[in-house]
Design a protein around this ligand. Structure first.
Ligand code: PMP
Length: 282
């Protein structure tokens, strides 16, 4: 695989980062994952804007312009012959003497690499996911897409140990989001419910697109928190993220939703989303 590091395209074994990189020492870095369909980027604009917002919130300089970033993404997709999967991007505050205070003149590190994934034909889209609930023990600025992903990793391991696919995190009795996705239910009267944006969750790029598409398709959307109990009694549930698009959830803490098969609204939203993603990818 060819990866991009600070201006160079290199075989992955030749790519090097300093042991003093603040991304490594302090998780002082942000990231994005943009999906790729037919060799093209899905919602690049949204991911580039959120990247800038994450950097701004952390007073971290952006080493690339929007146009440069697009060019790097395209070059990397071409060099790796990537048809379907994603591009992972990470920017850190770079190497500096180990000090909690930020360095005065940071020289950011930028890394991009491709990920091969079958996202359009994922088997989980057909069978649905099983999720468990866990307490949300992450920090309070989940709107910033930092590389501090240890608690979500622990959540994934707890899900695995319980024979489930993922964990939905719960804070003050209501669901925040999945370990790496936004969480939704569909009420028995057909309303799509997902938590409103705040610092408690990541502002999903897929979330924004799916909610817009749902409204365009005359579906009713309610942005409010919900409990695990409400989710277990809902007609349907699903998640969204760049690499899962819309994926149905069929079991929550051992309780089967409906007849245990993916629901019609989740299926329809997945189709609408994929059609538009394919049509608009750049
Ligand atoms: N929430 C969390 C915690 C995530 O890690 C992600 C995926 N990066 C999402 C939501 C979904 O965001 P997006 O649709 O932009 O991939």
């Amino acid at each position: 695989r060819i990866v991009y590091v600070n201006g160079e395209y290199l075989p992955e074994e030749d790519a090097k980062i300093s042991v003093f990189d603040r991304g490594f020492l302090f998780a002082d870095g942000v990231y994005e994952v943009t999906s790729v369909l037919n060799g093209k980027l899905v919602d690049f604009d949204g991911h580039a804007k959120r990247l800038q917002r994450s950097l701004d919130e952390l007073d971290m300089p952006n080493p690339v312009t929007f146009e440069e970033l697009l060019e790097i993404n395209r070059e990397l997709i071409a060099r790796n012959g990537l048809e379907e999967g994603g591009v992972y991007l990470q920017i850190t505050r770079g190497a500096a003497d180990r000090d909690f205070a930020y360095p005065a003149n940071p020289k950011p590190t930028i890394v991009l690499f491709t990920l091969v994934m079958n996202i359009s034909g994922s088997p989980k889209a057909e069978t649905g996911l099983k999720v468990i609930s866990i307490e949300d023990q992450r920090w309070g600025r989940r709107d910033i897409k930092t590389v501090q992903l240890l608690y979500p990793s622990m959540g994934k391991m707890m899900a695995k140990a319980a024979g489930a696919d993922d964990a939905w995190m719960v804070e003050e009795g209501v669901v925040t989001e999945g370990t790496s996705n936004n969480a939704y239910i569909v009420t028995r009267d057909g309303k799509i419910v997902t938590r409103q944006l705040s610092n408690a969750i990541l502002h999903g790029i897929t979330r924004a697109a799916v909610l817009r598409m749902a409204e365009e398709a005359q579906m009713v959307v309610e942005e409010r928190p919900f409990t695990i109990e409400e989710a277990q009694n809902a007609a349907e549930a699903f998640i969204t993220s760049a690499t899962t698009f819309v994926t149905p959830v069929v079991e929550i803490d051992g309780a089967t939703l409906g007849d245990g098969a993916p629901g019609p609204i989740a299926k329809r939203l997945r189709e609408i989303y994929m059609d538009e993603a394919r049509a608009k990818a750049i």
